[in-house]
Design a binder for this molecule. Structure first.
Ligand SMILES: C=CC(=O)SCCNC(=O)CCNC(=O)[C@H](O)C(C)(C)COP(=O)(O)OP(=O)(O)OC[C@H]1O[C@@H](n2cnc3c(N)ncnc32)[C@H](O)[C@@H]1OP(=O)(O)O
Length: 261
């Protein structure tokens, strides 16, 4: 399928790389970007070969500088609601993808860009990356999950500090706050992301999906329900062919050969 504001590639057979591609506006997220992200993530969901996804931005300056401000300028309250709903639907597709996702933050990840990064399971940042929710400076608040996902990742206090001030933090601070998993030099970012995705891709696809579901769905439940849900996911592993292979390979002191069934 042809895309105009994103690029899509499969590398090393199992790794999908989706690149936000509007470099002239620092990969600002417009309606077309959300439509194409929805389409590409549907394509990825249908492709059983894919075991990890990397989401990054084109150029060396930005992952994404957020929602396209020139589009926001024209919105009525009802249109703003529809814009946020469209973003929500695409983000929900990304969050519920049954394979791990990695955001490779190659520069600014602001506003909707930071929100999109927080929909991924893991975040790697280049040393020049800068993150924040500066919507307050435009007289608005985050509408793509920023008030919720940021608070869950860094705590309510730090989320309020970022959202109330619009302050932008460097990658190192984002790492200290737990907002990104790792910080690497820009020229090593994609290599690191592909290496991490490759490591994940050596595991069983259905078992990765169960692990992701146990963590994500469990984190929306109280502890007792979450622990029971974990038990169901754990039991689900025993319905896969791969768990037989994993245990057999360990006992035979060899590397497992998973078939993703
Ligand atoms: C509701 C949710 C949201 O996400 S609201 C948007 C939240 N994001 C922001 O408020 C960030 C806006 N951008 C900036 O503050 C700056 O661009 C910067 C700090 C990220 C980078 O500054 P710098 O001076 O290095 O670059 P420019 O400002 O000159 O940007 C280059 C070029 O990109 C256009 N652009 C940047 N961000 C956006 C955006 N969010 N939407 C639309 N366009 C954007 C900027 O206008 C420049 O275009 P040009 O035609 O060259 O003027």
């Amino acid at each position: 399928m042809g895309y105009s504001v994103i690029d899509y590639q499969i590398v090393q057979d199992h790794i999908a790389v989706v690149t936000l591609s509007r470099p002239e506006s620092l990969n600002a997220l417009n309606r077309q970007m959300f439509i194409e992200l929805g389409l590409v993530f549907s394509e990825i969901e249908r492709d059983n070969r894919i075991k990890a996804v990397i989401l990054t931005g084109s150029g060396s300056k930005a992952f994404s500088a957020g929602a396209d401000v020139s589009e926001l300028q024209r919105l009525s309250a009802m249109e703003a609601r529809n814009f946020a709903l469209a973003a929500y639907r695409t983000q929900d597709q990304i969050c519920s993808l049954p394979v791990p996702t990695i955001a490779a933050l190659n520069g600014y990840a602001l506003g909707g860009g930071c929100e999109l990064a927080m929909c991924c399971d893991l975040r790697l940042a280049s040393e020049n990356a800068r993150l924040g929710q500066p919507e307050i400076n435009l007289g608005i608040i985050p509408g793509g999950g920023g008030t919720q996902r940021l608070a869950r990742l860094v705590g309510v206090s730090r989320a309020k500090e970022l959202i109330f001030t619009g302050k932008i933090i460097p990658a190192r601070v984002a790492y200290e706050w737990g907002l990104v998993n790792r910080v690497v030099p820009l020229e090593e970012l994609m290599e690191t992301a592909i290496k991490l995705a490759g490591e994940i891709a050596t595991k069983s696809r259905p078992v990765l999906a169960l692990a992701k579901s146990a963590i994500d769905r469990g984190s929306d439940m109280d502890l007792t329900h979450a622990l029971h849900y974990e038990i169901e996911c754990f039991a689900g592993c025993f319905a896969t062919e791969d768990h037989h292979e994993g245990i057999k390979a360990f006992l035979e002191k060899r590397v497992p050969r998973y078939t993703d069934r």
